[in-house]
Structures are given as C-alpha cells and as structure tokens.
Design a protein around this ligand. Structure first.
Ligand code: ANZ
Ligand code: ZN
Length: 831
C-alpha cells in the first residue's frame, strides 16, 4: 500500500461513470464459454421493455448481481446474461396511438433500459443479450413451434375463447383474472374462434411429479403449480338416457355417493344438450338460457357465491346402481371442459348440489353418515361432507367412504358401466394471438394441400411493415397483402399464411437456453453448451410468474429433453421469488403517484447507495418498504467506508515485528474473519435462505470495529492494515461494486477488486482466546490456571484437579466445595 491522499469527499456520480465505462469497454463481465472453472448460471427474469426500469427491476437485478459477483470471486465461471421480452401489446398500442412502428418503439425502450441497467453497475455479459422481437431470436421461436408440431404437440381447433374487446385479442385462461383482462382490467367475453394450442396436458403428470426434483424452489410456488395442475382421482360413470338411446358419462370424485344421486346436470355446452331439448315444450326458453350461460366467464359460473342457475331438460337418465330414473338438468355451475362436462347431483354431500337442490326443490338422499349417528334431512343445515359410513346404498352399506369408492368403482368396472380415471385442471395452452407484435405462426394454408408448416429453411417468417393496426377484429397481419399471400411449399400454388402470432409466453419459455449460445446462426442452441450451463443455478423473479411463465418454461424444457435437445428435464434448479417494493405500505404505481425513480436515486446518491439500501432493507423474499431515511443511512454508511479507508492509509505504521499481532490487532482480525465467514454464508444462501441484509449488517459491524481500533490504537502493522482494508473492499465488492473498485484502486491494490478471490477465513484468527483464572483455596489465591475462554465448568474442574501444585496444596484434606465461575475465578474449600 502506498501513501495516498484521497478525495475530500465521496462523489459517487464521478466514480460510478468512470468504472462503468471501463468495465464495459474492457468487457470485464464477459463469460468465456470454454473456461476450466466450474460453471454457475445466475439469471434474473428478463424485463418487458416498457421504457424505464422501476424499483422492482432494480431489486431483482441487484440480487442477481450480488450472487454473480460473489460466485466469480469464489472461482466460478459465471453466466449472468440480460435480455428483453420484447413482443407484446404495449408496443402495438403505441403504434396505434402515436403512429410509431412497434419495432422502433421497442428498440428505443430497450436502449434506454440498457442504459439504466448499466448505470446500476450490473455485471452482465452484454455479448449475449437477446431481444425476443429480433428476427435472430424469433426465427428460433418459430422453429420451436415446428418442433412441437412435428411431435404432435400442436393442434388447431375451434374454441370458445376469452376475448378482450379492449385489447382485441384472445386471452389464455391464465390471463383472465376475476373475469377481467390481466392487462387492461376490462371484462372478458366469450367468442368462438379457430385457435392454436400447445398440448401441455400431455405433460400434466410429469409436470406434477417433477416438482419433487425442485428442492431449491419455495414451497409456496410448488404448491401453486400443484394446484394449477390440479390432479384429481375419480371415476367416470355411465348413465343411460333411454329416450334418445344414448348415454352420458359423469366424472365424480365421490362414486361412494352414487346411491344419493337425485339428478344429473350437463354443462350448457354439452354435446348431448341439443338432442335432449329438441322438440321439448320448453325448447325456446332452454335455448335462451343456454345462450346466456355460454357468455358467462368460468369464474362467474363456478364461484361458490354465484347464484345457481339451471333448467330441467324434460329428459331422464338411469342411475346404473339403483336402476332409478333421475331428471337431467342444465346448469351454470357445470363447466364444459372439465371432466366430462356433466356431473351427478348429490345434494346431501356436496355444497353446490345442496344449494341447487334447495333452489329447485330436488330430493335429498343421505347416503353417508358418521358411524353411530343418524342424519336426517330435516335437521341438516348444510351438506355432510366429512368422512363416514355408507347407508341406503344397497350391498355397500356399512363400508367406509374411502373403501366404498374403490368397491363401487370396481363394481362399475366389472359391468362396463364406469372406470377409475384421473383428471387434471390444467388446460392446453392457447398460443394464438390476433395481434401484430409477436412471432408469426409459421403455417401456410393451401387450398389443395391444406395446412402446412413453413419449411425450416424458409424461417424466419418475417413480420411485414405494411400493416394496418386499426383493422379491428382481424389480425393486423391479414392487412398486409405481401405477407398474407404466398406460395404453397408443396405444390407451388397460391396459398395464404396464418395471420396469428404466438403468445409472448412462448418466446419467454426458452430464452434461458438461448443465452447459452446466443449468437448461434445455425441452431437455437448447441446441446453441449446448453448442457454445460443448465439448469440455471439460481433464477430470480417476481412471485407473479409463479404459475404461467414457470409452468410453460418447465413444459418446454421437458419437450426439448424428450427431443434429445438438452439433457436436463428442469430449467431452474433454484428459484428465489423476491418481494415487492412498497411505498407507504402499498405497491409503487403511477396511479398512486408514489413512484421513486431509480434514475433519480442514482443521480442523487449513486447506484451503490440504491443497491445497498435495497439489499439491506429487507430479506429478499419479503416486501420492502421504501424509505428516504433508509437511503440516507446507506449513503452515510458508504461515506463512513470511504473515510475509514482513508484513515487506515494514514494510520502510523507499527514497525515492531517481535509479536506479529498486538492484542488489539488480534481482536480486529477476529472480527474481520468472523465477518468474512458470515457474509459468505449469507450470500450463498445456506439453508436455502439468502441473507443479503444480514451480510450487510455484519459488514457494518466490522466497519464499527475498524473505527474502534483506529480510535484507540495509534499504530498498526502494515500487513494488518492492508489485510483489513483489502478484505473490507472484497466484502463490499458484490454489493457496492463502484466504491469498492474505486477504493481498491486508491488504496494502491493491484488490478480490479472484482477479479480478486473471495477472502479465505483464517482459522487461526478465529481461534478462541485463552485466559488466566485465579485459584483460591479457602479464600486465598494460591495458584493460577490458563484455560480457553469457552471452557465449560466441567473442563475447568478437571484441569484444576490435575494441576500438580493444586494437588499438593490439597494434600490429604477433603474437598468440601469447588465453585467455578467461568472467566472469573475458581474457589475451592477444603477441610
Ligand atoms: C358427485 C359428488 C358428490 C361430487 C359429492 C362431489 C361431492 P375436483 O376434481 O376435485 O375438482 N364436477 C365434475 N365435473 C365438473 C364440471 N365439469 N364442472 C363442475 N363440477 C364438476 O371435483 C370433482 C367433483 O366436481 C366431481 O365429484 C363433481 O361433483 C364435480 F358428495 O360428483 B362430484
Ligand atoms: Zn399446396
């Protein structure tokens, strides 16, 4: 360390710009693919390029950056990439409102956000940047569509879809929140359209089973995925409908209640409805009822609070177990696309059936009750849904409900009247969007040859620029003649292109693979490279992606695995869902006017202060309350760091070498290495929990210890000072990279702090101190003994009794008492 005089004051703006430029120019954070070091892949969810970063982004990226920088210092070859989830509606809306082409709007936003990310000092390998709207990327999204198509995982069917009138597009079920559009909050209506689907339901079982592999995921997220997949074991039972000489299958999880069926209900959309109502007296009324139900959202139809609505069809079905006829109803609470779209009504044991039966005065038969008790309909105030024993159920009487489920299913199976089955709530993934700003679906329709894939060699199917965005119900792509008309790849005759684009969730389901080989011109990725990096060691993002993005990515990864394109089956080994950034207890939002802009914070305090505050204010999974005072406090701390380094550079040097460390130095080093140990554990997230906040408070205590030393002692060994400073700066490097680098440089250390190895804990420095205790015998100090400070009473007693001088003093007297007060005194009474 050479003698240097530091700047008067810590001026973050100057030093941050300087280092950012150097790091970028020298590509310090580039990740070499062929390194001998062990790989570590840390990934933050890439943003939608809305134009500006918000604090949620800053939090997300800072967490990732700490992990990336720390892992580099630990000796890993770290892949830490960034990109943009760049297709989607806002760009198109901007095009409509401001007449800017969506690509121009998007790339301008990307540029601005990149600048903001760089101003935060995030250590990304920019050479691997991706934007999903770039044709070098969406070419491969289209290639993935083809892969899925060839594997039989893509199909097109007429479907009743969720349609947002405001956004003019179809929404996936997952994008409908409480009956409204997830983007614009407007009510969603139902519409019939031909749509493309990915067959994610083929993977329902593996998606569920493989949750077991994800030990590094929060339980909460796994539970959400599990519920979304919604595995349900039950029985499909066939009821005959003699009048039309057909039969209907019903899915139930409670075949044990079959003797209690008093009616059956079909969804209004059920295919048998037409033949059941035709020619009936109530036909007209039934038809208008059905139309009304079709337009209600699933939520409206099935929520337990929703009013039960229904109509009797005028037909009857036969219960295969009782041989009795039950009326067939149509009702809102039965969904067409779950199970068989038809249910058996058991009012005594199901809440919805109970309400329905009361409303329409249908009979209630009790078939399950608590052993030894007798239920009666007159005295029941709610359905009996607990476990129990079968009654009024013929030969099955007396069986426990669980056993009865098996027995009745077996009985039905023998007679070919039903069978055990498994249903999933998970629906196929609707990927069609009638929008412009997405990856065009690579399909061509030929009047002679039918539906065809665009040949791989013709990819990408490029987005045209001569489109009319305000066309209304049709996809904007249909307004470009050049795009729409093409030649058939098979017969060469005139053909038309598919004008739907893909859901942007398709683009974001594979980007983690592209980063491993981002500039590959001949393939989406190289298997060897993907296998080298995947699964992602640490993925970080918001809890709002707990279901969709993560489920779709897992699904795609499994398809890639089965196609031999990658070895792993799961994309993300470990997942951290960071909490929100709040202001006065609520989410920062433009409408509430409580937004703190990252750029303002950087301008006023510097990026390091912003990063430090965000990391320090709360554990990463928890919500974080923004606080001006907290920001000030972080800024003050960095100033304190600045000054202590300055002070240590000027502290007179102890030239003595006899005792290498003075007592005060030993104490300082003890604190120093305790801190190193703790910070390392906290950033590694030992026991599955990252403690960036606790790591920072440990560093703060260490800084206090440095001050305490400098306040008391008037000199220090050069080696101790140098070590204390270099370790302080290394500890700070992942959190506050600029100030750490600047001080590293100012203090005269070699190279970049970010290229140093993480400090190794000096076990010697942590060796617990020894101390001398006086030994009193009958009230007088007679001897002394040296023990380590953490010795137990038993240890000390044993050592004292073995001491030769003590044995001599005791002689053949008897020990009456031996009182040991650790760290103080040993008191022996003899007689
Ligand atoms: C008779 C019964 C009796 C039922 C009873 C429940 C309790 P899961 O799979 O757990 O969600 N159901 C079946 N298909 C349906 C549809 N398309 N729309 C609405 N409800 C439907 O629940 C399956 C149960 O939900 C089935 O079992 C059926 O009602 C109803 F005491 O059948 B149950
Ligand atoms: Zn053709």
């Amino acid at each position: 360390m050479k003698e240097v005089i530091l700047l008067e004051k810590y001026i973050p703006k100057d030093i941050e710009k300087k280092w950012q430029k150097k790091w970028l120019d020298e590509k310090c954070d580039r990740c070499e693919g062929d390194s001998q070091k062990p790989p570590y892949y840390v990934l933050e969810m890439f943003p939608y390029p809305s134009g500006n970063l918000h604090m949620g982004h800053v939090r997300n990226y800072t967490i990732g950056d700490v992990i990336a920088r720390y892992r580099r210092m630990l000796g890993y070859n770290v892949l830490h990439p960034m990109g943009y989830d760049a297709f989607g509606m806002p760009a198109e809306n901007a095009a409509i409102q401001n007449h800017i082409p969506p690509s121009e709007w998007t790339f301008k936003n990307i540029q601005n956000m990149t600048r903001q990310q760089q101003a935060l000092g995030l250590s990304y390998d920019w050479d691997r940047e991706v934007a999903t709207c770039h044709e070098d990327y969406y070419k491969w999204t289209q290639w993935i569509f083809e892969l899925f198509y060839k594997k039989g995982l893509v199909y097109r069917k007429e479907a009743k879809v969720n349609w947002c009138e405001n956004c003019h597009t179809v929404l996936a079920n997952e994008q409908v929140i409480d009956g409204t559009c997830w983007r614009c909050d407007q009510p969603v209506v139902k519409k019939n359209l031909k749509q493309w689907f990915f067959k994610i339901t083929d993977y329902a079982e593996v998606l569920l089973d493989d949750l077991e592999l994800l030990s590094g995921w929060p339980e909460r997220v796994k539970t959400m995925q599990k519920n979304w997949i919604g595995r349900s074991e039950g029985t499909e039972i066939t009821f005959a409908i003699p009048t039309i000489q057909k039969s209907v299958n019903l899915f139930t999880t409670r075949p044990d209640t079959i003797f209690g069926v008093s009616y059956i209900v079909l969804a209004p959309e059920h295919p048998l409805v037409e033949s059941l109502i035709r020619g009936k007296a109530e036909e007209a009324a039934l038809r208008s009822f059905i139309d009304r139900m079709r337009n209600m959202s699933d939520i409206e139809r099935t929520s337990t609070e929703a009013e039960k609505e229904g109509m009797f069809t005028g037909s009857y079905a036969v219960n295969p177990c009782t041989r009795q006829e039950v009326p067939i109803w149509i009702a809102n609470y039965v969904l067409p696309d779950y199970g068989t779209g038809a249910v058996m009504g058991v009012p005594a044991h199901d809440q919805r059936d109970w309400e329905f039966a009361h409303k329409f005065d249908l009979p209630i038969h009790i078939v399950i009750q608590n052993e030894g008790k007798t239920l009666t309909v007159d005295t029941m105030s709610e359905p009996y849904t607990d476990a129990g024993v079968l009654v009024q159920s013929g030969t099955f009487d007396g069986l426990q409900d669980k056993e009865a489920r098996k027995a009745i299913t077996a009985w039905l199976e023998e007679r070919k009247l039903g069978h055990g089955t498994v249903n999933y709530k998970l629906r196929d993934w609707l990927i069609s969007r009638q929008r412009y700003w997405g990856a065009p679906i690579p399909i061509i329709y030929c009047p002679t040859c039918g539906e065809q894939l665009v040949p791989t060699s013709d990819l990408p199917v490029r987005l045209p620029e001569d489109v009319n965005f305000i066309a209304g119900a049709v996809s904007p792509l249909a307004t470009s003649d050049d795009f729409l008309h093409c030649t058939c790849p098979t017969c060469g005759g005139p053909a038309m292109r598919e004008t739907d684009t893909m859901d942007t969730f398709v683009c974001s389901s594979w980007y983690y693979l592209r980063y491993t080989d981002a500039r590959n011109k001949t393939a989406a990725w190289d298997k060897e490279k993907a296998d080298h990096w995947l699964g992602v060691d640490q993925y970080i993002g918001g809890i709002e992606h707990a279901i969709l993005h993560l489920m779709y990515s897992r699904f795609c990864m499994k398809v890639f695995h089965d196609a031999g394109l990658v070895s792993e089956r799961e994309p993300f080994k470990r997942l951290l869902t960071q909490g929100m950034v709040l202001m006065d207890g609520s989410k920062m939002s433009k409408s509430k006017g409580n937004v703190v802009s990252p750029e303002d914070i950087i301008e006023q305090y510097g990026a390091d202060t912003g990063r430090l505050f965000i990391l320090f204010a709360a554990p990463p999974e928890r919500d974080l309350e923004w606080s001006e005072q907290g920001v000030e406090g972080s800024y003050r701390f960095l100033n304190r760091v600045w000054r202590i380094v300055e002070q240590y550079l000027q502290l007179p040097k102890d030239e003595s070498s006899e005792a290498l460390y003075s007592e005060a130095e030993k104490e300082l080093r003890y604190q120093e290495f305790m801190t190193i140990d703790k910070v390392g554990n906290d950033i590694q997230g030992k026991d599955g929990r990252y403690g960036f906040n606790t790591a920072i408070s440990a560093i703060m205590e260490y800084v206090n210890a440095l001050y305490a030393y400098a306040g008391k002692e008037n000199k220090i060994h050069q080696a101790v000072a140098s070590e204390a400073m270099s370790n302080l700066l290394k500890l700070l490097a992942p959190f506050t990279p600029h100030i750490a680098e600047e001080l590293w440089h100012q203090a005269g250390f070699e190279g970049s702090v970010h290229q140093q190895s993480w400090p190794i804990v000096d076990k010697e420095a942590l060796r617990v101190e020894e101390m001398e205790l006086p030994i009193q015998i009958n009230g007088k100090v007679r001897d002394r003994i040296t023990v380590s400070v953490d010795s137990t009473v038993e240890n000390i007693q044993e050592m004292v009794m073995q001491q030769a001088h003590v044995q001599e003093l005791i002689g053949d007297k008897k020990i009456v008492k031996c009182i040991i007060i650790p760290k103080k005194i040993i008191n022996i009474v003899i007689k």
